[in-house]
Design a protein around this ligand. Structure first.
Ligand SMILES: [Zn+2]
Ligand SMILES: [Zn+2]
Length: 289
């Protein structure tokens, strides 16, 4: 595999806690392109801490419009712009992304216009192109191609797994999804599959802690995958490495990496990485942040 994958934020859901992990975002450097997949809170800090200049931003993909995947998209682009972004950026996402972006630049209109005049910056609104996509081919640009598969994340209907391919390297993001067997075909033979995951005993404790427990439990079980289910998809797809991210729960002190590994090992024997913020992943393994 050529390229670099950096897990910037690895927790599922929008909440943050002291010293805990950030919501979902991932940096992918592939074929000379700088790609960000999902923009949960913390993405700007994550990209910067990964040693990347914000000016290098090139392509951004949003799997769906839940806030733990899109909340910091506007701030990421705006901060890149004030850092000297001079090249166009393309945002790919489901229907509704264009409205998000237009509303964001409208909310920041005062700042954007004053910086154009006062600092001589190019117009951010003209540097960003938004492409709304559905299932199928999303991008084919030189050796880089991206395809999308609609997954099962009720009540959200516009939620897409993404497959990135470049010269024989392939990386698949499950997005948020309940156990979804068609993902195995979609991820067939990929070098790396990033799959979301929940741990059942942790969900029970999470549900017990919150005021709206029964409703939350129902949502989680209908819309997300258990760790063992992620392992089933990886095994059926025959991927090179399974990486768990969008972890639920991600910040329960009684749950550690060993618990996740134990849950996945019931269904997947291959190379395995349990995501944590800042981790760099290749098909050979992982490097500490
Ligand atoms: Zn999510
Ligand atoms: Zn979601």
């Amino acid at each position: 595999m050529s390229g670099r994958l950096v897990l910037l934020g690895t927790k599922g859901g929008p909440a943050i806690r002291p010293g805990g992990p950030w919501p979902t975002s991932t940096l992918l450097e592939l074929g000379g392109r700088t790609v960000v997949v999902d923009c949960g809170l913390g993405v700007t800090r994550g990209v910067t801490d990964a040693g990347l200049s914000l000016k290098a931003l090139d392509l951004v993909f949003i799997t769906h419009l839940h806030s733990d995947h899109v909340l910091e998209l506007g701030p990421l682009l705006h901060t890149a712009w004030t850092a000297g972004l001079a090249t166009p950026v393309t945002l790919f996402g489901p229907v509704g992304l264009n409205r998000y972006w237009q509303s964001f630049v409208q909310a920041l209109e005062f700042d954007i216009e004053i910086r154009i005049v006062d600092e001589g910056r190019p117009d951010l609104r003209k540097m960003v192109e938004v492409v709304e996509f559905g299932e199928g081919e999303v991008l084919s640009d030189g050796d880089l191609s991206v395809t999308a598969l609609r997954v099962d994340h009720p009540p959200v209907t516009e939620c897409f797994a993404l497959r990135f391919e470049h010269q024989g390297t392939s990386i698949v993001f499950s997005a948020d999804t309940a156990f979804f067997p068609p993902l195995a075909d979609f991820a067939r033979g990929a070098d790396i599959l990033l799959h979301e995951a929940m741990l059942e005993e942790g969900v029970e404790r999470l549900v017990a802690r919150t005021g709206n427990g029964a409703r939350l439990r129902e949502h989680l079980m209908a819309s997300h995958s258990l760790a063992g289910e992620a392992g089933i998809i990886a095994a059926r797809a025959g991927v090179g490495r399974l990486v768990l991210n969008h972890l639920i729960p991600a910040d329960d002190p009684d749950i550690g990496e060993a618990d996740w590994v134990e849950a996945v090992r019931k269904t997947w024997n291959g190379p395995l990485t349990i995501g944590r913020d800042g981790l760099v992943v290749t098909d050979k393994g992982e490097d500490a942040p």
